[in-house]
Design a protein around this ligand. Structure first.
Ligand SMILES: N[C@@H](CCC[C@H](N)C(=O)O)C(=O)O
Length: 297
């Protein structure tokens, strides 16, 4: 018998998500269902899906339940299950606030990349541009050794391998247009560098401590923003600029412009990376369970 499944739609710097609240983890969301929901023509449309589950109700999050009540079961738009989504965590927190499950201030969110600390800023009465922005403690970057290159058409660039819980290849370019059509992933070399796929960022300078990026996201295509990608870009830019907060004892802050807005990234001397940006809930509605079942068949 047909039933209704509640959903919301939200975005963070235009990286957009279908949000499916399911505190007790009773909704079956195989990869094909996620891909159908994220389909921009035949479904609701989104770069990914945020399945909102109590940590205690999810086998992959139970061990984190004492630290974080809520688990972000994140999926890419193609249905793949991956470690982390930076914009997704902010939108996830905004959903919890919107639903009255948390209030402004600090909270912890369980993810496959570990527990993330989140701070929801108080919205100012004048509704200033930064009102209610959300800051996430994204953890530390890992920079594996080894040279990687990425290629678009006739051009090849060296890329910095940065792991933010998920893998990134960061290439500095003169002009973001040189990245071409990022619908498909640019080839990288050596092929063995990323056995589980990779997100590829192209970065151009805009001024001191200020860069702009475009991204091809694993499991999605080109998106208008990637939070983990912006963190990877800030770390790669800092190292290129000779700044390592662990050595200098001084935080390194980069403004990262993405196609859908702006993120502020700070790497602290202890290596912890903080990302600040907006998160917006734009709509809510109901999914027809018959439609979803048929879409999966
Ligand atoms: N958009 C995300 C990253 C989502 C995961 C990524 N596509 C992957 O497969 O690693 C972000 O904001 O970080």
């Amino acid at each position: 018998m047909s039933s209704r499944i509640a959903f919301l739609k939200g975005h963070g710097t235009e990286n957009d998500f279908v949000i499916v609240p399911d505190p007790d983890n009773v909704i079956d969301l195989p990869a094909a269902a996620v891909a159908a929901l994220c389909d921009r023509r035949a479904g609701i449309g989104g770069d990914g899906l945020l399945h909102v589950v109590r940590s205690a109700a999810h086998p992959e999050a139970r061990a984190m339940a004492a630290e974080a009540e809520w688990f972000m079961d994140y999926r890419n738009g193609d249905g793949s299950t991956v470690e982390m989504c930076g914009n997704g965590v902010r939108v996830f927190a905004r959903y919890l606030q919107h639903a009255g499950l948390v209030t402004e201030g600090d909270l912890a969110v369980a993810t496959r990349g570990g527990v993330k600390t989140v701070h929801i800023a108080k919205a100012t009465a004048d509704g200033g541009p930064a009102a209610g922005e959300i800051t996430v403690g994204m953890g530390r970057a890992v920079l594996p050794d080894g040279d990687v290159t990425v290629t678009v058409g006739e051009r090849t660039w060296p890329a910095r391998n940065v792991n933010m819980g998920n893998p990134h290849a960061v290439a500095f370019v003169e002009d973001l247009a040189h990245a071409g059509d990022l619908y498909t992933r640019p080839p990288f070399h050596p092929a063995s560098a990323y056995p589980h796929g990779v997100n590829v960022e192209f970065v151009a300078d805009r001024g001191p401590g200020h860069v702009a990026m475009r991204v091809h996201e694993r499991g999605v295509g080109e998106t208008r923003s990637c939070g983990t990608g912006a963190c990877a870009v800030a770390v790669a830019a800092a190292r290129r600029d000779g700044a390592d907060p662990a050595v200098t004892g001084t935080p390194a802050t980069y403004t990262v412009d993405v196609l859908g807005g702006r993120l502020l990234i700070t790497e602290r001397p202890d290596g912890e990376i903080e990302m600040t940006g907006p998160a917006v809930i734009v709509a809510e509605g109901e999914i027809d369970s018959d439609w979803l079942e048929n879409a999966v068949r």
